[in-house]
Ligand binder design. Structure first.
Ligand code: HEM
Ligand code: HEM
Length: 165
């Protein structure tokens, strides 16, 4: 990722993974408390507090990183008209996750709070596949961009690649 230190992508991946795993761990309690859906397993009370604290911390870190992505990565990609669809979807999803998190904190247990929790959970579950879609496109695009190098490579190399595919 141009314009960022090498650790940035790894840190972003780690923070997103922490968010996703902790969110999934909290989901059974949310389904029970807000929608009376009993699953076979859920986090015990103390475990949920620790998990929620880790989740909120991961959320703050990801939003800080979204700010860093906005100032360079997103604007550069947007200007070059590359990966606009998946990139903008990811950005909008993260903003909606943050907005619904505020409602989870302050709207209480009535319809608004439960609606926000549902939106948050659905959006959270969809975040990883959307991120994967964006990532796979990025890899494909950088492979395509590398083609001029392989054209310059010895003729034999190109023939072997074409046969392997
Ligand atoms: C930028 C992304 C995200 C932010 C800022 C964020 C933030 C938050 C915050 C602050 C809470 C309240 C924690 C508490 O109960 O004390 C929360 C709850 C929750 N989050 Fe997230 N989260 C994000 C992404 C996700 C993802 C990816 C999932 C996925 C599976 C998820 C699932 C949940 C669940 C199940 C709850 C509990 C809802 C409830 O209290 O009923 N979140 N989130
Ligand atoms: C308007 C929004 C966005 C646009 C136009 C965009 C555009 C791009 C483009 C063109 C690439 C491939 C070239 C490169 O690595 O720079 C890419 C890769 C990537 N993007 Fe985005 N992006 C957007 C939003 C986001 C967001 C919100 C995230 C994170 C949550 C993200 C994470 C990544 C990652 C991890 C890669 C792969 C980098 C690598 O291969 O090392 N992008 N994006």
């Amino acid at each position: 990722m141009k314009g960022y230190p090498a650790w940035f992508v790894r840190a972003l991946l780690g923070a997103l993974l922490l968010l996703f795993v902790s969110g999934c761990l909290m989901a059974p309690t949310t389904l029970l408390m807000r929608f009376e859906m009993e699953l076979a397993w859920r986090l015990p009370g103390a475990g949920r507090v620790v998990t929620a604290a880790m989740h909120a911390t991961g959320g703050f870190v990801v939003l800080m990183m979204l700010g860093a992505l906005w100032s360079v990565h997103m604007r550069a990609g947007w200007r070059k008209r590359r990966q606009r669809g998946s990139g903008a979807t990811l950005g909008i999803m993260l903003v909606l996750l943050a907005a619904s998190a505020v409602a989870i904190y302050y709207a209480g247990d009535d319809a608004l709070g439960s609606g926000a929790a549902l939106v948050h959970l659905a959006m959270g579950a969809a975040l990883l596949p959307t991120f994967g879609w964006h990532w796979v496109h990025a890899r494909r695009a950088s492979r395509k961009a590398a083609i001029p190098d392989s054209v310059r490579a010895p003729a034999g190399t190109v023939v072997v690649r074409a046969e392997a595919n």
